[in-house]
Write a protein that binds this ligand. Structure first.
Ligand SMILES: Cc1cc2nc3c(=O)[nH]c(=O)nc-3n(C[C@H](O)[C@H](O)[C@H](O)COP(=O)(O)OP(=O)(O)OC[C@H]3O[C@@H](n4cnc5c(N)ncnc54)[C@H](O)[C@@H]3O)c2cc1C
Length: 303
């Protein structure tokens, strides 16, 4: 593959920051992951388009990443380019109706939640405390079991490599728990969300309740990717794993959190292989006990 050619074309390119051999542990909430051959931050649509075209021409694999809060990256890293969205994708615009927000995919979700609260807009309270970017949240349809970001979406703009911009209205794609129908080969650039005017003290109270629930039930402050498995319909993975007696089960530095059994935490020195071993063990034990084949929510990169 023409990695060298790609690097030569991209280093110094307008609106693109290119770093060679970047450790991905620096870019994941797990603080795990070897090097990516190339780490690109594209600050404009044109820069992104150019980067993708060069990578495709040079046959360098690439992947789009947000803040890496739902990613497990292999210890051997990723042979290819990791792309993140920079400045032009970090804007938020409030429409004249006062309730419709158009948000760049690079905006940090926590900032959006806070912005909405400041403007007295309700609807995003459930998302308080979810790390990552808006692009990552839309791609994952992030939220709780009952509420997710897709329900608020009016419109999504994506870049389809080789084709250009695509628009999807809410009903053009399906939205379900941690799932949506946005084609996987497209890069989410911007979304328009419909919120509603709310009472600020009530919004604040709801956000505080959500945060408190998180602090009570999740290992906040320990490196993780959040929930590792998706909850099967009508069941809680946390409860199943706990009933299997797996809380505290560990391999190397990776451990089933004693606080929340669907979190596998990095106690400081875990490798990706440690985490995978714990995931495999939990999967096997739950299958043995319940006949249920758990589906990972975490995304794997470089395996
Ligand atoms: C402590 C903790 C708590 C968490 N709690 C929750 C929770 O309550 N609910 C929940 O849903 N999740 C939760 N998560 C998981 C994670 O925060 C979400 O999945 C988040 O939305 C991921 O955003 P990100 O920007 O970090 O995406 P990344 O982890 O970087 O990427 C995730 C996926 O999205 C894709 N992606 C990212 N950006 C784009 C883009 N612009 N276009 C197309 N695809 C893209 C990536 O390719 C990858 O497949 C938690 C994680 C942690 C660490």
């Amino acid at each position: 593959m023409g990695l060298f050619n790609a690097m030569m074309s991209l280093s110094g390119a307008i609106d693109t920051d290119a770093i060679e051999n970047e450790r991905l542990a620096r870019h994941t909430s797990y603080r795990i992951g070897g090097q990516a051959d190339l780490f690109l931050t594209c600050h404009s649509y044109h820069a992104l388009r150019r980067a993708v075209e060069i990578l495709s021409r040079e046959q360098v694999p690439w992947v789009i990443v947000g803040k890496g809060s739902n990613l497990l990256v292999a210890d051997t890293g990723y042979r290819g380019a990791v792309i993140t969205l920079g400045r032009e994708f970090q804007r938020t615009v409030l429409a004249e109706d006062g309730v419709t927000l158009t948000v760049g995919a690079g905006v940090i979700l926590a900032r959006l939640v806070n912005d909405a609260f400041t403007k007295g807009l309700s609807g995003l309270e459930f998302a308080v405390g979810i790390p990552g970017t808006v692009g990552g949240a839309v791609s994952m349809n992030a939220g709780t079991r009952q509420e997710w970001i897709g329900s608020l979406i009016e419109d999504v703009v994506t870049y389809k490599p080789g084709a250009g911009l695509r628009h999807y209205a809410h009903d053009d794609v399906y939205w379900a728990y941690r799932e949506n129908g946005i084609p996987r080969d497209e890069i989410i650039l911007e979304v328009t969300l419909k919120l509603h005017l709310g009472d600020k003290p009530e919004i604040r109270a709801e956000m505080e309740r959500s945060l408190l629930r998180r602090r009570r039930t999740q290992p906040i402050g320990t490196a993780s990717c959040g929930s590792v498995f998706r909850n099967p319909p009508g069941r809680s993975v946390g409860a199943m794993v706990e009933e299997c007696g797996l809380k505290g089960f560990s391999v190397g530095g990776a451990e089933v959190s004693p606080v929340h059994a669907n979190f596998i935490v990095n106690n400081g020195n875990a490798t990706a292989n440690d985490v995978v071993s714990v995931i495999q063990h939990v999967y096997d034990k739950v299958k043995e006990a319940y006949g249920v084949e758990l589906k990972p929510e975490v995304k794997f990169l470089g395996f």
